[in-house]
Design a protein around this ligand. Structure first.
Ligand code: G3H
Ligand code: 13P
Ligand code: ZN
Length: 333
């Protein structure tokens, strides 16, 4: 058993309370490799933003759980080396799908876990979430739960259709489970294809897809039921069109990829939404930069020569999110 406190990590309790009060959101960035982690830490340290490092089940399988834990521990030290005196870094399990996985992460030094039982019937979601909460809280590890279903095409997270969260269920759910935060479904989804062209209109000037708005009425109703309770938005990548264009220009094929417009995320960040999950945008930035280098320099075979530019582009992306979208800069001096 390793306590996250020994690793210099923090849970989400204080982060979220401050974010709700201050009208901003904490970035929750997924990572699978060193370059992503370096870019996240550099961006967070330079902007003095609290940050949540998210590890999915797939990332854990890809990178190895022991290595990931030491990477997170190293991230805290790296942040200090970069001059961030009091780093506020949380290590979070993203979309945990069983008690055993959540327990293993708690025992391995994670400071926060998500139990995503949102695809189960309501009472089963409550029972599983409660079991995880009871275990995690013994070690002061915070727990995110989910109500409502997001549509998506991720490896570990998939559902053909989305079902908005029912605001009339949230008080009962939060009270009976004791969860610390709640992910809700208001129209976001995972991946780089958040809406079909049929769900969008087209901007006549640019020909780009314009997505439909998120269901802010559902968010408002949830906040009315649970005043001041931390709300989480998954599937919040914006799918920047410059990355999509770069990927397509250099041999990729991502037709009609579309995300959540940033102004909608800015609006959400000012509300009780205090954690915004971003993964796909980082994948797009990484892929765009790698494709560009390899297309322009076909003789290149030193991974540092293409992973380095990928890291730079991701760092730029993370800073942009922190400063211009979530407003979390300067909140962890
Ligand atoms: O919400 C899912 C995250 O984007 C993680 O995706 O399961 O492919 O690692 P992954
Ligand atoms: P995106 O696919 O929109 O980046 O969502 C990531 C996410 O919700 C991770 O849990
Ligand atoms: Zn998610």
């Amino acid at each position: 058993m390793v306590s996250y406190k020994e690793l210099g990590l923090v849970n989400t309790r204080e982060m979220f309370a401050k974010a709700i009060k201050g009208g901003y959101a904490i970035p929750a960035f997924n990572f699978n490799n060193m370059e992503q982690l370096q870019a996240i830490i550099k961006a967070s340290a330079e902007t003095k933003s609290p940050v949540i490092l998210q590890v999915s089940k797939g990332a854990r399988n890809y990178a190895n759980q022991t290595l990931l834990r030491y990477m997170a521990q190293g991230a805290v030290e790296y942040a200090k080396e970069l001059g961030w005196e009091h780093p506020q870094i949380c290590l979070h399990l993203d979309h945990g799908d069983s008690f055993e996985l959540c327990k293993s992460c708690v025992d391995f030094g994670f400071s926060s876990v998500m139990i995503d039982a949102s695809s189960l019937p309501y009472e089963e979601n409550i029972a599983l979430t409660k079991k995880v909460v009871e275990y995690a809280h013994q070690f002061d590890v915070t727990v995110e739960a989910e109500l409502g279903v997001l549509a998506g095409v991720e490896d570990e997270v998939s559902s053909a259709v989305s079902h908005y969260t029912k605001p009339e269920e949230v008080v009962d759910f939060a009270t009976r489970t004791g969860c610390d935060s709640l992910a809700i479904s208001i129209g976001t989804s995972h991946g780089a294809y958040k809406f079909t062209p049929e769900q969008c209109t087209r901007d006549p000037k640019t020909g780009r897809l314009v997505p439909p708005p998120l269901a802010f009425d559902v968010l408002d109703a949830v906040m009315e039921q649970l005043p001041g309770f931390p709300i989480v938005l998954h599937g919040s990548s914006s799918v920047p069109q410059e990355y999509v264009d770069m990927i397509n220009q250099y041999g990729g094929k991502l037709p009609d990829a579309v995300g959540i417009p940033e102004e909608q995320l800015r609006k959400a960040a000012k509300s009780a939404v205090c954690k915004i999950n971003i993964d796909s945008d980082s994948r797009l930035a990484f892929t765009a930069a790698v494709r560009k280098v390899l297309a322009e320099k076909p003789g290149e075979f030193d991974p540092r020569k293409y992973c380095g530019p990928a890291r730079d582009l991701m760092e730029e992306l993370y800073k942009h999110k922190i400063i211009n979208v979530l407003g979390s800069d300067g909140k962890a001096e």
